[in-house]
Design a protein around this ligand. Structure first.
Ligand code: NAD
Length: 463
């Protein structure tokens, strides 16, 4: 798409919104259903595109994207009629005569910018939520997943009304052009660096923004997994290694690092070695269950971090930049100021930080920016509650990881530097919905309300 086309797309989406067809709930449901068919009819093509872009196995794609996106679409389809109903304000003796109501109105023409790591679900779930809310949408997928982005651009007009959803493919120039316009909402998912660019542009046009992005200021404000001595070690190590190495560590809520009490460290390491062998018996490099990192640039970045670490690499460490392969790597003895704690890793490297006790673990987390997710491995309810009470994060998950992104009925989003706003299910609908207050005041109420009119007098003030 050329830069000039961006302007045309925006005008067409504005016309689509002005037509008011998006106001009908039946129409919205039909569009969401069309997205379901878009996915279901083309599962093989998405499998292939995702394998080409991310070197992912189809099973991982089904677990992490296709199943969850179909579920998100079903939730929106089932919920929209109820969520869109006008609500009466809670009864109040002072106001009920004006029948105060809250209308759920679409915000208008919105923009969804998505990243490379889960290019299907992170594009289609927000788009479907915007459609559920009655908005028209421009979707800007990632240029780093060219096969998925091209497939979305090809399929979208075949399934969904072209006046209301448009895919704008391209890179920085196209996104920059999109961001010159005022949008009624922008939902941006991606890196903290680009989040700052999006927020700066949005400030100029006064476009409201939801940022699903890590804009960390303080080193190491990334998703920690805290181990307690009371824990089901075998199960928890399997869970953390799956969550860390799925999609080759390129999951925004992957556990970034583990905090382990000194007394448990050797047992954890032994278990890690055993589980890694179980996951990749012939090594990850030859395994069809292990994805590639997105680019050789990303492989080089991770390699540099590993070369600079002051910790000890106890498993993995191999990087093949050409092949975009980074071996599942565990590093022990990592300190707070280590290279591996200096940025969001977003790759298959798990640093282990050792602490004396849970209090030290809590202090380590609190000294950093609020993470998008915090993981606790403990069978002790008091320890679980103590960590939850003492910290802040987008979400907290006890004894498991990352599945909260697909859990039914809960919002997804960060806090402070790990993002602003939330979405998923009804929360996506809410994100793209304007709560419009409506009151109707009858003329005869002036019997009571006329005290507001000048001239003001002491007798009126007493009423
Ligand atoms: P990215 O920020 O590089 O790209 C995201 C989008 O921004 C893409 O569509 C891209 O075209 C656009 N973009 C890139 N540079 C731009 C520029 N200079 N001006 C305007 N637009 C620009 O992110 P990515 O590399 O595709 O994705 C990985 C990042 O996404 C990671 O940092 C990860 O943490 C984050 N992420 C966050 C969440 C979350 O919910 N918090 C979820 C998934 C991914």
């Amino acid at each position: 798409m050329s830069i000039e086309d961006v302007t045309k797309v925006r005008k067409e989406l504005q016309r689509g919104f002005a037509s008011k067809k998006t106001h009908s709930i039946a129409w919205r449901k039909a569009q969401i259903l069309a997205l379901v068919y878009l996915v279901k009819d083309n599962i093989d093509r998405f499998d292939t595109a995702l394998a080409l872009d991310l070197g992912r196995s189809p099973l991982e794609t089904h677990i992490m994207e296709l199943g969850p996106v179909l579920n998100d679409l079903r939730v929106l389809y089932d919920g929209v009629a109820n969520w869109a109903k006008t609500e009466s304000a809670p009864f109040s003796m002072a106001w009920f005569l004006m029948k105060p109501q809250i209308r759920k109105e679409p915000k208008g023409v919105v923009l969804v910018i998505s990243p490379f790591n889960y290019p299907l679900i992170l594009s289609l779930s927000p788009v479907a939520g915007a459609l559920a809310a009655g908005c028209t949408v421009a979707l800007k997928p990632s240029e780093q997943t060219p096969h998925v982005s091209a497939l979305l651009a090809e399929l979208m007009p075949k399934y969904v009304d072209a006046d209301v959803v448009r895919v704008v493919n391209g890179a920085v120039p196209e996104t920059t052009k999109l961001l010159e316009y005022q949008w009624d909402h922008i939902l941006y998912t991606g890196s903290g660096r680009v989040a700052r660019i999006v927020l700066t542009a949005a400030a100029k046009t006064l476009s409201p923004v939801t940022t699903e992005a890590n804009t960390f200021a303080i080193l190491g404000g990334k998703c920690p997994a805290i181990f307690d001595t009371k824990c089901d070690l075998r199960t928890f190590v399997r869970r953390i290694l799956w969550a860390k190495f799925v999609n080759s560590g390129q999951t925004c809520i992957a556990p970034d690092y583990a905090i382990v009490p000194k007394s448990l460290e050797l047992a954890v390491i032994e278990e890690i070695r055993s589980v890694l062998h179980e996951f990749y018996p012939d090594g990850a490099e030859r395994s069809s269950s292990f994805s590639k990192v997105i680019s050789s640039h990303s492989a080089t970045r991770l390699h540099t971090l590993l070369q600079k670490t002051g910790g000890e690499i106890i498993c993995g460490g191999k990087v093949d930049v050409e092949a975009r392969f980074v071996e599942p790597t565990i590093v022990r003895g990592v300190k707070g100021d280590d290279s591996l704690m200096s940025e969001y890793l977003f790759g298959p490297i798990l640093p282990i930080v050792t602490v004396d006790d849970i209090d030290e673990a809590i202090e380590f987390v609190k000294a950093r920016d609020h993470p998008l997710a915090l993981y606790i491995f403990s069978t002790d309810k008091e320890v679980q509650q103590k960590i939850i009470r003492s910290t802040q994060s987008g979400a907290v998950f006890v004894n498991d990881l990352i599945l909260h992104f697909v859990a039914h009925g809960v919002p997804f989003g960060g806090i402070g530097p790990s993002g602003s706003g939330q979405y998923k299910g009804k929360y996506t609908f809410d994100t793209f919905t304007h709560l419009r207050t409506v009151l109707v005041s009858p003329s005869w109420l002036d019997i009571i309300l006329s005290g507001r009119y000048p001239p003001y007098s002491a007798s009126k003030a007493r009423k």
